[in-house]
Design a protein around this ligand. Structure first.
Ligand code: B12
Ligand code: SF4
Length: 456
């Protein structure tokens, strides 16, 4: 099961990939994207308005949904997929309900956020039996095959008999073959009012990233980048296109056109002329890429994780950005446009190393790019110290203080931290960060929010 939030209707890609792998190895597995089951008068209701009543309603509804799923699917174990910090509270409520409905059923949890907060899920009152760390496939398969006897299976976190928590070493990164099992869309248990055709579709070409930016969990989750087999990717896309999908968003952290397998993947994409693709990429990599080749493969939206246009901020982020000169950025944007693609930029506010002036200057430069029609949308986000990131450890070094301790509120629309100076005084306040955010929003309102290639 995957928790719920008021996001758009995204296919639960990671959980489905895991289930597809398990099925290919002879296991029975189904994925229930819980979000789709929370309906009131025909539309989704988000539970968390901050009141205890809304949580009670969520717990009650969750219990109803889970007991009907348990009756229907008769699972031998339940896995909960928790990729996002914002799912923290929802996941806790779901676990409480599972524990009261099926106290003896083995319960596992996995996903990015769960991996980096393993101890929490093992030590709270209603705990899970196992946390699967990082890539889930091999560890989960071994655990199921062993009948939940952890033996020396790597990649697990669990409670020892004496109550202490054991966080085991991760296995070696999975091989190309292991990560290439194509998505099996039959494994998604959707209610009748949420057909596959109404979902937003994701496909992964690769896993991991060769950079190690301070605010990002990619490195600690996946390690170095590995591409999937082009043939398997083509099979996966074919299955997705058969549902009627006309846009696929790549779930890759970072497309790396320098890779050996990249051309094979572009060839695979060209087999689906009815489908358009959106991808995440670094701006400096795109600068060295044959843009025409991307556009011929129907990649028409590029999301650039730019984060900042200030050199000291990029350095503090360990972004290792090679394209920082504003004239060079403008010229790249012109080339992207000329190649028939649209650009969406992601910007961060409040990272250690930044200050009001630096972030505001970045926002103003973004506005210039939007005014010139070179960038379609700019998405600003307030930084959050996600567990598993180098940035999270900077709190102990006194770089910032957390102003929003509830991780389920880390939607990145509001400030989560304030930056401190060396004497512990606030150097960049939440209020100032909000002003920078509002500068980005003003630009949105002036230009209107254009369709953003599949993601908001
Ligand atoms: C695609 C994506 C999205 C999509 C989600 C699409 C979807 N299908 O749900 C969209 C655009 C909606 C999105 C939005 C956001 N995202 Co996002 N997203 C990603 C991204 C790039 C890929 C996810 C993915 O599909 N990975 C590939 C699949 C195969 O992996 P997986 O899901 O992790 O599953 C594997 C393992 O985790 C494990 N596993 C997973 N579940 C389970 C369960 C069990 C039981 C087991 C055993 C194993 C297991 O096994 C799987 C196979 O190995 C990740 C980064 C990344 N590379 O993972 C960020 C990432 C998850 N997002 C992130 C963030 C911050 C956000 C936003 C908050 C950003 C924003 N400001 O809006 C929003 C919030 C979304 C929301 N819920 O409202 C952060 C999360 C950090 C955190 N701790 O919260 C990540 C990690 C990126 C980062 N910066 O580090 N995102
Ligand atoms: S922010 Fe982008 S480039 Fe940096 S580590 Fe994460 S995925 Fe890689």
């Amino acid at each position: 099961v995957t928790p719920t939030y008021s996001e758009e209707r995204n296919i639960p890609y990671g959980a489905l990939i895991l289930a597809s792998f398990l099925r290919a190895h002879g296991m029975r597995a189904m994925v229930a994207p819980l979000r789709e089951f929370y309906q009131e008068s025909g539309c989704y209701t988000h539970f968390d308005d901050g009141t205890p009543e809304s949580r009670k309603t969520f717990a009650y509804k969750t219990s109803e949904i889970l007991s009907s799923l348990l009756r229907r699917l008769r699972p031998g174990a339940i896995g909960l997929s928790v990729n996002f910090a914002i799912h923290q509270l929802a996941a806790e409520i779901i676990i409480d309900q599972i524990r009261s409905l099926a106290p003896d059923l083995p319960l596992l949890i996995g996903g990015n956020h769960a991996t980096h907060t393993a101890e929490h899920w093992l030590t709270r009152q209603n705990s899970v039996n196992f946390v699967v760390l990082g890539e889930g496939e091999q560890t989960c398969l071994q655990l199921l095959q062993s009948g939940f006897k952890p033996g020396d299976i790597s990649g697990l976190a669990l409670r020892r008999k004496d109550g202490s928590v054991e966080i085991r070493k991760r296995p070696k990164p999975l091989t190309t073959e292991q990560i290439s099992v194509p998505l099996d869309l039959e494994l998604v248990a959707l209610p009748r009012w949420a057909p596959l055709s109404s979902q937003k579709h994701w496909v992964g070409l690769s896993r991991g990233c060769n950079w190690n930016c301070a605010f990002c969990t990619s490195h600690s989750m996946w390690g170095r980048q590995r591409y999937r087999e082009p043939k398997a990717v083509a099979t996966e896309i074919e299955r997705v296109v058969q549902t009627g999908a006309r846009r696929i968003i790549f779930s890759d952290d970072m497309l790396n056109p320098g890779s050996r397998r990249f051309q094979g993947l572009l060839d695979a994409l060209r087999r689906f002329p009815s489908c358009s693709f959106s991808t995440m990429i670094r701006m400096d990599l795109l600068d060295r890429t044959d843009l025409k080749a991307l556009s011929v493969a129907n990649i028409d939206y590029v999301y650039l994780g730019v984060e900042s246009f200030s050199v000291p901020v990029l350095e503090a982020m360990n972004k290792k950005a090679r394209l920082v000169d504003t004239d060079a950025v403008e010229s790249l944007m012109e080339r992207i446009k000329a190649a028939g693609m649209k650009t969406i930029m992601f910007m961060l506010i409040g990272h250690p190393g930044s200050n009001f002036e630096r972030d505001m200057n970045s926002a103003r430069f973004c506005r210039k790019l939007v005014d010139r029609g070179l960038v379609s949308v700019v998405f600003p986000a307030h930084i959050a110290p996600f567990p598993g990131t180098a940035m999270a450890t900077m709190e102990q070094q006194g770089a910032f203080r957390i102003v929003e301790p509830r991780m389920n509120r880390w939607t990145l629309w509001r400030p989560n931290i304030e930056l401190l100076d060396s004497s512990g005084r606030v150097a960049y306040s939440a209020e100032e960060m909000q002003k920078v955010f509002d500068e980005y929003l003003d630009c949105w309102y002036e230009h209107g929010l254009e369709s953003s290639g599949g993601t908001e």
